[in-house]
Design a protein around this ligand. Structure first.
Ligand SMILES: Nc1ncnc2c1ncn2[C@@H]1O[C@H](COP(=O)(O)OP(=O)(O)OP(=O)(O)O)[C@@H](O)[C@H]1O
Ligand SMILES: [Mg+2]
Length: 458
């Protein structure tokens, strides 16, 4: 199995509506601070989430499921993301929305399986033969293109590496030059190159280059001790999905076809059940040998009521399996029909037998003061200047409609202020903008009143 040179395939966060959320905002005792880390109120849910985070860190949660249930806009998604921040980057956190399973190309259960495996981490410790040091020079050496034609190609690259003990010059393959560029390695960085695979890892900037004035968030590392060429314990954090992808990609030389293969997105269908089984087998072996350690992460499925009965059955079974992550669901539904059934009504649209094993955390609607605080935070993040009156009016609107509607008015209001050449958003602008954009309730009312003006389904 291939575990060298694996790139993390972390899903990018799709939600910028929560960019102000930096954590759960709990004190050392685990009590929620009213306004902290970007979160406001919702103390019970935050404290419960804090306990779950502690359990996950202590590895006592694998195979369990949590459900955030509450009305729309009460911070379910926000708190789940805060949990991911508290967990840190070493614990995998895979967010998805339930409707992602409905893809025309991939089976529903396949999507679920892939995300399950994104949420299971593996920490691999290996002793590897490496060349390590502070980069002294990077000199690509060119030759005439052997295939004829114009231009030159790089035949090899010379890098100089320095440690406390000495300096060494290495002549390396052109492919390593590409890796160096990919990792943005510059003179003065501390790196290591794996002797077998040629994988390059940038560890940080040598602290000889640290200056007092440097404001950059650069990580400085000391000059490595010992020889340049040595054996070193390398720790890699990957997910099972990373392993699936790395081992399913077509392998090959540097020909055009394989280059095309790299340009095309890896096809999901290439990861077969058989491959996964094989990987599990190797992983289990590594765990038994103490080379690898399992790090159960979190799979977060938002809007869980969108899953159908088939997916629920699959989930239930997957949770029971030996290697399972922690699964966190969120929904704003009350009792509703389970998708994929004709008339089975169940709380939150989740089958009772699955619901039975889930711990539920509820979120409650916000009071006006809390909405005011959240609006204050959001207006700062979005760079919208509001006066007192405008803030009060927006909070009023928020408590009559939804928090999300009020938050969404911020940017349009700002735009209108710009049109009026006003330096701050005032109450008049807020009123005007709230009349231009409807919230869901208003819109439904209008639809009901002017029913005959629209085309309606019979
Ligand atoms: N307690 C809070 N503190 C700060 N911001 C919050 C809080 N709760 C919600 N928000 C913000 O309000 C907006 C709506 O919240 P969120 O999307 O988390 O609601 P939700 O419960 O997931 O709603 P839905 O059921 O519709 O998915 C987001 O921008 C979120 O970041
Ligand atoms: Mg949500």
């Amino acid at each position: 199995m291939k575990i060298e040179e694996i790139k993390n395939t972390v899903k990018t966060q799709r939600i910028s509506a929560h960019s102000h959320v930096k954590g759960l905002g709990l004190d050392e005792k685990g009590t929620a601070v009213k306004v902290c880390s970007g979160l406001v109120g919702q103390e019970d849910a935050r404290e419960a989430a804090g306990i779950v985070v502690e359990l996950i860190k202590a590895k006592k949660m694998a195979g369990r499921a949590i459900l955030f249930a509450g009305p729309p806009g009460t911070g379910k998604t926000a708190i789940a993301l805060a949990m991911s921040q508290e967990l840190g980057s070493k614990v995998p956190f895979c967010p998805m929305v339930a409707s992602e399973v409905y893809s025309a190309e991939v089976k529903k259960t396949e999507v679920l399986m892939e995300n399950f495996r994104r949420a299971i981490g593996l920490r691999v410790k290996e002793v590897k033969e490496v060349y390590e040091g502070e980069v002294q020079e990077i000199t690509p050496c060119e030759t005439e293109n052997p295939l004829g034609g114009y231009g030159k190609t790089i035949s090899h690259v010379i890098i100089g590496l320095k440690t406390a003990k000495g300096t060494k010059q290495l002549k390396l393959d052109p492919s390593i030059y590409e890796s160096l560029q990919r990792e943005r390695v510059e003179v003065g960085d501390v790196i290591y190159v794996e002797a077998n695979s040629g994988a390059v890892k940038r560890q940080g900037r040598s602290d000889a280059y640290a200056t007092e004035y440097d404001l950059e968030a650069e990580e400085y590392v000391p000059l490595p001790k010992g020889d340049v060429h040595k054996r070193k314990e390398v720790v890699q954090d990957v997910t099972l999905h990373d392993l699936d992808v790395a081992n399913a990609l077509p392998q090959g030389g540097q020909d055009i076809l394989s280059m095309m293969g790299q340009l095309l997105k890896p096809k999901k269908t290439e990861i077969t059940d058989k491959l996964r089984k094989e990987i599990n087998k190797v992983v289990n072996k590594y765990i038994d040998q103490g080379i690898a350690e399992l790090v159960p992460g979190v799979l977060f499925i938002d809007e869980i009521h969108m899953l159908d009965i088939e997916c629920f059955t699959y989930l239930h079974r997957a949770l029971e399996s030996q290697i399972a992550p922690i699964v966190i669901f969120a929904t704003n539904r009350g009792r509703c029909v389970i998708r994929g059934t004709d008339d089975v009504v169940s709380p939150h649209g989740i089958p009772l037998d699955l619901l039975d094993r889930i711990m539920i955390i509820k979120t409650v609607p916000y009071v006006k003061e809390e909405i005011t605080e959240i609006l204050k935070i959001r207006s700062q993040v979005e760079g919208v200047a509001l006066d007192e009156e405008a803030l009060a009016l927006l909070a009023e609107i928020g408590s009559n409609t939804t928090l999300r509607y009020a938050v969404q008015l911020l940017n349009p209001a700002n735009q209108l202020a710009k049109v009026y050449k006003a330096s701050v958003v005032d109450a008049k602008i807020v009123r005007e903008i709230s009349e231009l954009f409807y919230d869901a309730k208003q819109s439904a009312k209008i639809l009901a009143e002017k029913r005959d003006k629209f085309i309606n389904q019979q």
